[in-house]
Ligand binder design. Sequence first.
Ligand SMILES: Nc1ncnc2c1ncn2[C@@H]1O[C@H](COP(=O)(O)OP(=O)(O)OP(=O)(O)O)[C@@H](O)[C@H]1O
Ligand SMILES: [Mg+2]
Length: 353
Amino acid sequence: MVTEAAVRQALREVMDPELHKSLIDLGMIRQVEIDEERVHITVALTVMGCPMREQITSDVRAAVGAVAGVSEVTVEFVEMTDEEKRRIGLSPKKDQEGAAVDYNKIKHVVAVMSGKGGVGKSLVSGLLAVALRRLGKEVGILDADITGPSIPKMFFGDGARLSPSPLGLVPLSSKTGIKVMSINLLLPDENQAVIWRGPLISSAIRQFWGDTFWGDLDYLIVDLPPGTSDASLTVMQSLPISGVVLVSSPQDLAGMVVRKAADMTKQMHTPLLGLIENMSYFECPDTGKRYDIFGPSHAEEIAMRIDVPLLGRLPVDPRVAVACDAGNIEDLAADAFQPIAAHLLQTVEDDQP
Ligand SMILES: Nc1ncnc2c1ncn2[C@@H]1O[C@H](COP(=O)(O)OP(=O)(O)OP(=O)(O)O)[C@@H](O)[C@H]1O
Ligand SMILES: [Mg+2]
């Protein structure tokens, strides 16, 4: 005798292929009909055009077909009613908070900021994600640079795209399992310029937070656009930032721009985790000798002035630029960066038990 309870129990094992949550928990099993040995399952999708229908069908068939006494399984798809969407926390008209917030469990959100452009924020964001992943953490990167997104190239090279998902935005996973969300993964052509005004940019960033199914993360790294712009403000106001990492270069002579950025975080009551000086020196591969090619470092002095720890100094390394251009950031040994990441980790986890 086949029971509905046994069928539902079997369906607990069937995961949505993109969200990695059971169809039962997602409230997607609307009806189970049993006619002796035959079982008919009605699956409710948030949108009918779900690209995962075939996989869901075969997974449901396999799981229910394995229940004792079942000889035939049929699957039917329907669209969720507004009430069903509401019950699982998907408001039919997406609210301020976003559709995915209830599903996401994100322990620490770390934003990477700089006073000016081109100092290596995106590189630091990428290396930080890679380093944390190597330490066994679940990691995501939210590319909050809407007009100059550079994270996808570092992880996927050119041309990577997200496929649409029925429930919302699902980040793209890198080869080591880092989840990436960026406007460049959504544009029809990655060379297309995004010429949006502030409010639209802010709303895209909020969607990358609230409508993106990040799942369980230990760390979400947010790569900010340069400076103390609208977008940085949005991130600080609408995301629960655990802390900010400041990146500077030796060319920030007196550190004025760094101090401005630090001041912004203070005004927003966001903790500053520390300073990283990038392109600090060049180490000659033949002799191991260090050259201060951009002049002497002021990192220690600046860090002291803004009263944050100096997390470390990163050398100029041509191999880094090459790997980042080719989508191979995860293959870098990044020896210079690992102690910086370890230092940062200690700072974050000491702060938040
Ligand atoms: N330590 C380094 N060694 C070699 N190349 C580097 C280093 N740091 C950054 N670069 C290169 O410099 C360029 C700028 O770096 P990146 O994009 O990380 O800066 P950014 O601060 O994010 O810039 P933007 O303000 O435009 O967002 C990139 O091509 C990057 O590969
Ligand atoms: Mg950048």
